[in-house]
Write a protein that binds this ligand. Sequence first.
Ligand code: NAP
Length: 285
Amino acid sequence: MLIRGTTKIIGIIGYPVQHSLSPVMQNAALQACGADFVYVPFEVKPDDLENAIKGLKGLGVAGFNVTVPHKTAVIPFMDELSECAEAAGAVNTVKNDNGRFIGYNTDGDGLVMSLINDLAFDPNKSTIAILGAGGAAQGGIAALCRSGAKRIYIANRSKDKAEKLVQLLSSRYFETEFIVLDGFEALTDKLVHCDLLINTTAIGMKYESIPGLSLKNVPKTMKVYDMVYVPSETPLLGNALSVGLSYSNGQGMLIAQGELAFAIWIGKIPPSGLMRSALKALCSK
Ligand code: NAP
């Protein structure tokens, strides 16, 4: 990649940021499309966020991704929010529009794209069980509602957080019925009515199982999606495999949110499979 006087900068802010796979995916796509941009990681400590945003604006970067822990904290520094970012209560993509920072959220639509591509699952008129009520759940559920989900069960360790989330989402999405359950165990009985189970919690990143949840008696048509993608097969997905259910990890969501962010900055979706190949090449090293 040749950096010239004309090259525009896109980046990612997070803390930590070293683990991010986005620079590899985005630079591969920029190069393949011949776009005169470069994508760089910026480690930004929470206390430095305001200065960092002012600096990015002053430097005239074309845009940037936002990752943990800044997705909600950046909102006050945005000049405008997209509907998806407002509904998600979080920003993961920022575009510099003639000096104005517009905040977007591509995580939720990335989830829906991955459900369609990786599980052949259309959320329209479906009943979905969600584990978790954090930031990833909010953006994901909002996108599922926009895609026509009929009923959503939400089970979270802290029930009050799930209740707050439902209060927020039900004031925006009237066509979806929300049901909050008391913990993960209570969800087991409801899975017989569900078309899809999604884990939006961090459980599984250290090979932990979802406490109290059993997939033994679920219909064989129910699919399982885990937003966690490292490890590639969490105990939840291993469990889905052992009872014969279709499943996917969250790598497709990571790729799809990146493709949608790319489109916001560059104006087109990168060639299909390119970001996935870049990740595969990185992981095989
Ligand atoms: P977050 O806002 O901090 O929410 C964390 C959620 O996980 C909460 O519901 C929390 O429950 C629950 N949780 C965490 N540890 C738990 C434990 N030991 N036992 C029970 N519940 C636990 O985080 P987030 O941004 O939503 O991210 C959640 C996960 O999604 C992470 O693994 C992240 O990597 C993944 N993610 C993946 C993608 C992708 O592209 N594939 C995108 C975004 C996020 P409480 O409310 O009770 O604390």
